[in-house]
Design a protein around this ligand. Structure first.
Ligand SMILES: NC(=O)c1ccc[n+]([C@@H]2O[C@H](COP(=O)([O-])OP(=O)(O)OC[C@H]3O[C@@H](n4cnc5c(N)ncnc54)[C@H](O)[C@@H]3O)[C@@H](O)[C@H]2O)c1
Length: 387
């Protein structure tokens, strides 16, 4: 498509992340002036009132309670999917079938089989597809990757990742789709474990085998008051916490820990990677810093705090170091990559293939939790690789 032709955006789901998607599209040209104009065309929500309110707040021209109207809209060329996880596959497959390019939230689907089908459908349709593993976009993560991939720390031996939050620890937090296997696929593994597995793959490579164990810490959640005013509770059927061991195909070992019941931890996404001769460490609560250990001077032995700047990443929006990059920036960077790929007619990453591979690791962890022991990640998929 031409750089002057405007891009019409359709959004399905305007909750917490849908709002961030809308903000990122609205700001995309400010981040990248090479992009064509972006028009927020139509937003779908679960109800007409919700859709109208979202259109009013976020600046969409039209609204609907029927997502099918978004994917079939002739003025829409890109569709963002930020609805509950069980809607990702039907919306993304229908959108791709209608020739729309698709940016889908993580986790890509509710299981690996569904995720693989989404990847096949998008490839067969020849559309650009992307999954919003936005933490990849942090300059610190990109610099860590470049240190690891250029051999600065030697061969990678160990990945340790934690992603801890505490919002789920309050038993009064009401029941929602995030506590329901049918709608969410999994619990904390789907919600934040997917980001951690994506970072493990991005930094180290494919996990080949997984052992996992999970726990539900708050087994019931309140839904609503009944006619007598009593609170009704329902059972939660997905995990609040999980611990995983990984064996990577390249030989490295991994330890992953995720919880939404970790008091005091708000958004503690952290990793440490050890190579043969050096290490990197990162904590998303200090997103502009990377800890780097290189044993080059015995007198100042220890981790250095590297403050990220334009020298480390083309992603720094301003031309000097020390300007923090935030969550909204990471989604805007994703949206810019996605729209650039659409304009150029090129693939981008992380794509639905990445989403499928992450999902396969999550499925393997859940399978290991059920039957015990090591589980192969997507065994025998080589033949299934071609769409
Ligand atoms: N990338 C990230 O860091 C990140 C962070 C949070 C959530 N997410 C992902 O974003 C997605 C949405 O999560 P959220 O936290 O925004 O949830 P949310 O519950 O706040 O938002 C989901 C929205 O979808 C709407 N919806 C439900 N059914 C619909 C339908 N049939 N048609 C249209 N809209 C419908 C709901 O009304 C709600 O407003 C999930 O896949 C989640 O995993 C990603």
């Amino acid at each position: 498509m031409s750089r002057r032709e405007s891009l019409g955006v359709g959004l399905v789901g305007a909750g917490a992340m849908g709002r961030v998607h809308a903000m990122a599209y609205a700001a995309a040209r400010a981040y990248d002036p090479e992009l064509p104009p972006v028009r927020l065309k139509v937003v779908a929500e679960a109800s007409t009132a919700g859709a109208r309110a979202a259109a009013d707040r976020l600046g969409f021209e039209r609204w609907t309670a029927d997502w099918q109207l978004v994917v079939s809209d002739p003025e829409v060329s890109v569709v963002s999917v930020a609805a509950p996880n069980d809607l990702h596959a039907p919306v993304a497959v229908a959108a791709a079938g209608a020739g729309k390019h698709v940016l889908c939230e993580k986790p890509l689907a509710t299981c690996a089989v569904e995720a693989q089908a989404m990847w096949r459908a998008a490839e067969a349709a020849g559309v650009v597809h992307m999954v919003n593993f936005n933490y990849r976009q942090l300059p610190a993560v990109q610099f860590a990757r470049s240190l690891l991939h250029t051999g600065r720390v030697g061969r990678v031996r160990h990945f340790r990742g934690t992603y801890l939050q505490d919002w789920g620890n309050d038993p009064e937090v009401p029941y929602s789709w995030k506590f329901q296997a049918r709608r969410s696929g999994a619990g904390v593994l789907a919600g934040i474990g997917s980001h951690l597995v994506d970072l493990a793959r991005y930094l180290v490579g494919e996990p080949a085998q997984v052992v996992g164990t999970t726990r539900v810490w708050v087994p019931q959640r309140p839904v609503a008051r009944d006619a007598q005013g009593s609170m009704r509770s329902v059972d939660v059927d997905v995990e609040d916490a999980a611990c995983l061991l990984l064996r990577f195909a390249g030989g490295a070992l991994g330890v992953l820990e995720v919880s939404r019941c970790a008091p005091g931890r708000k958004n503690h996404l952290a990793f440490e990677v050890h190579g043969e001769s050096g290490s990197v460490c990162f904590d998303a609560e200090r997103p502009n810093e990377l800890g780097v250990y290189l044993p080059d001077d015995p007198q100042v032995d220890g981790f250095r705090r590297v403050l990220l700047g334009p020298a480390h990443s083309r992603r720094i929006p301003l031309a000097f170091a020390g300007i923090p990059v935030g969550f909204l920036d990471t989604v805007a960077f994703q949206v810019c990559d996605f729209l650039r790929a659409v304009v150029r007619g090129e693939p981008t990453s992380p794509d639905f293939h990445d989403g499928w591979r992450v999902q396969a690791v999550l499925d393997a962890a859940l399978e290991s939790d059920r039957r015990g022991g090591w589980v192969e990640v997507v065994p025998g998929t080589q033949a299934a690789e071609e769409p």
